[in-house]
Design a protein around this ligand. Sequence first.
Ligand code: NAD
Length: 351
Amino acid sequence: MPTWLVTGGAGFIGANFVLEAVSAGIRVVNLDLLTYAGNLDTLASLEGHPGHVFVQGDIGDRALVDALLARHRPEAVINFAAESHVDRSIDGPAAFVQTNVVGTLALLETVRDHWRELRPPMREGFRFLHVSTDEVYGSLGASGRFSETTPYAPNSPYSASKAASDHLVRAFHHTYGLPTLTTNCSNNYGPYQFPEKLIPLVIAKALAGEPLPVYGDGRNVRDWLYVGDHCAAIRFVLERGGVGETYNVGGDAERENIEVVKAICRLLDQRRPLADGRPRADLITFVADRPGHDRRYAIDASKLQRELGWRPGVTFEEGIARTVDWYLDNQAWVRRVLDGSYRLERIGSAA
Ligand code: NAD
């Protein structure tokens, strides 16, 4: 049974990835600090499962990571662990540098030292896969798409910290020969996303009949990818990707934020009409824009499609309907994650 060390596997994408990997027969050692964004509830179905070992800890804790590598001897390390919310990075960038840059550097050094001691064929087969974002490329105008050769131009403290970590991963391949892979993915949505991000936040507020805050004019464009498709892409890259390469991952599903919010309103109106019969789109309220809000992201994922044969399997319309249904069916999960410090309040206004 192959073993993978997954970091940040109690967060949104990491947990979706872990659930799929374990059910596919991979043994996962899951290292997660359990910040406000990490939630063991998401992994409750794996309790007692021999294919899942959960360890609470920091990717920056060299002694801990070294001990885990020595004990479990994974074939791959997949790094999801990060501070991930742009609005939070506006209010407190230091935590983003600490985990995304300093923590990733410590992880890279520990993994490099372990990898150097491996014997063939384990050494040749070993991979370090770093999960990153398309936000490192900055903002687009009305046309064009990000490719793997687009120059980095991060605009928020979050994307700057992710860009720094991507550069360190690249440098560890070029300088030390560490067999790295990097994926830069567009906006994800789907089950188990913490309700501070646009889609679950709007579902929660719309369900409660509360005003639906939309930044600026609502015309900012994101390229949406269903989380299961992202997890599948990571598997493709891990198993078939060229060492030292980077791959863009995207869903070919560009939507303006306002379109996304209206789609959620329509789905909820069909499934749970408001008592007074009002359409939920009436609840949309435009609020002051996020400072430095990137206008448009769009991903050219043709390298991943052409070279590795990956394609997204879920359209935006299917994915958003599945997501709304998942949140309707899992209100207890939402209530439990909200028992923490986050209360659906506005953060990141830089005021
Ligand atoms: P998330 O915030 O939901 O989860 C992050 C997880 O990392 C949490 O479980 C948290 O407890 C853990 N963590 C934080 N600091 C840690 C540390 N120092 N040591 C160990 N664990 C720590 O994030 P997500 O949305 O699942 O994103 C996962 C990764 O994918 C991130 O690297 C993010 O940059 C990247 N990404 C996210 C998106 C998206 O749309 N969400 C898109 C592209 C890339």
